[in-house]
Ligand binder design. Structure first.
Ligand code: IMP
Length: 193
């Protein structure tokens, strides 16, 4: 059975991958199964950071590796928080990040934004492949909903009147940046067999 290492220690993200890859006959591992230590994400783009993580895993295994990096780009904030999405506020919690985002958006007329996911996939032979997905939307004026994580309670996708946090996982996967990116990854993996 093909083995795939997802370069994350985040249980929530791992679960999203498991649900997206569940129909493939693969055995999934994560950073929790390896002793790699802290990987410093020093890249300037989402893909740079995904590649840094994938290459760190490649040092310890020749299995197929999938690393991703995602974030929120808000146009009125010069595409911030961008690659700094997780650590936007000092406390770096979802609640404090959302609070800071609301404060920064208070005077902005343009509330458009997008979520981006970049994936770096390194196959067993060491070939590096790049995939991306995005989701356009708007920053809401208050947090709504309890599902998901991160900026989901503040993000209303284009064409919707509710936030991502008001959608269940299945509904979010259909439209999300991560879902879109991973379906491209999935098509690539299906073609390998
Ligand atoms: P990661 O690279 O997927 O871990 O994402 C980095 C940060 O971007 C997260 O900690 C969140 O703040 C934000 N983010 C990424 N994807 C999402 C999402 O689907 N919903 C809400 N926030 C997200």
């Amino acid at each position: 059975m093909k083995q795939i290492v997802i370069a994350t220690a985040n249980a929530h993200k791992l679960q999203e991958y498991q649900s997206l890859l569940e129909h493939l006959k693969v055995e999934i591992f994560s950073l929790r199964d390896f002793d790699i230590g802290y990987i410093e994400e020093t890249g300037e783009t989402f893909f740079d950071n995904a590649k840094i993580k994938a290459l760190a895993v490649r040092k310890v295994t020749n299995s197929l590796i999938i690393a991703d990096d995602s974030g929120l780009e808000v146009f009125a904030l010069d595409n911030k928080p961008g690659i700094h999405s997780r650590r936007f506020s000092k406390a770096a919690t979802d609640a404090s990040n959302n609070k800071l985002l609301l404060e920064k958006m208070a005077s902005k007329a343009d509330r458009s934004a997008r979520f981006v996911t970049a994936v770096c996939l390194i196959d067993e032979a060491g070939n590096i492949n790049r995939f991306e997905g995005e989701l356009h939307g708007y920053i809401h004026t208050a947090c709504e909903g309890t599902h998901g994580f991160g900026y989901d309670p503040l993000f209303i996708p284009v064409g919707y009147t509710k936030t991502l946090a008001e959608m269940d996982q299945t509904e979010k996967n259909k439209i999300s940046h991560r879902g879109r990116c991973l379906r491209k990854v999935l098509a690539f993996l299906e073609d390998l067999d």
